[in-house]
Design a protein around this ligand. Structure first.
Ligand SMILES: Cc1cc2nc3c(=O)[nH]c(=O)nc-3n(C[C@H](O)[C@H](O)[C@H](O)COP(=O)(O)O)c2cc1C
Length: 184
């Protein structure tokens, strides 16, 4: 099994990471899986995801294109109704999932973890053209996570809203509304 077969290619792959709290509840968050020279890693700022990875040494990555899943999981955790399976954790509309063992590398911030592939499969195959509205939504979500520390993020989100309006589908526009509500 190769990273590429599971949809993870060279560069930064925007995915939904699932980890588990001590009480067994799943935690979801968008995370960029960095692939270089056939190896995968993540860089994690302080978050529930990072706490869980540090405690359990495991992360499950879902490859998914749903804009609402990205928007909701940026701000909160998706409930179990969003999953088609909990063990392993697979989101309802995921294209692929993988389980990784996480090995801490160094002690900087963000904390870096090498990811060692343990399991995974392709759940469904979908042909899809690039959509600038979806890409703009992802940018806006990243801006929203930085809004407390960077004053320029609000105007950037306003610029991105024009691209979402012009290029996005209705679900992407709905996801963008979630961003706007959260930053108000
Ligand atoms: C597209 C996207 C990619 C992200 N990638 C990362 C990442 O690679 N590392 C990270 O620490 N946070 C990343 N974030 C921010 C986290 O998803 C965000 O801080 C989230 O609220 C953490 O949730 P948690 O506390 O439930 O783990 C990303 C956010 C978005 C929207």
């Amino acid at each position: 099994m190769r990273l590429e077969d599971l949809g993870l290619r060279e560069g930064i792959n925007e995915t939904i990471a699932v980890t588990f709290f001590e009480d067994g509840r799943p935690n979801t968050a968008p995370v960029g899986v960095v692939v270089k020279d056939g190896k995968a890693k993540v860089r994690l700022y302080p978050s529930h995801t990072r706490n869980n990875v540090e405690r359990e040494g495991r992360i499950w990555i879902n490859v998914v294109w749903d804009p609402i899943v990205f928007a909701l999981s940026t701000f909160e955790d998706l409930g179990e109704e969003w999953f088609e399976s909990i063990k392993p954790p697979i989101l309802r509309n995921a294209l692929a999932w993988c389980e990784f063992e996480c090995v801490a590398v160094g002690d900087g911030n963000p904390a870096e973890f090498e990811l060692r592939l343990r399991d995974g499969s392709v759940v469904r195959r979908e042909v899809r053209a690039v959509n600038r509205g979806f890409n703009a939504l992802l940018e806006a979500l990243i801006c929203a996570t930085r809004i407390e520390t960077d004053a320029g993020m609000r105007s950037r989100i306003r610029e991105l809203s024009r691209i979402v309006e012009k290029c996005g589908d209705s679900r992407t526009k709905e996801a963008f509304e979630i961003v706007l509500r959260r930053i108000r």
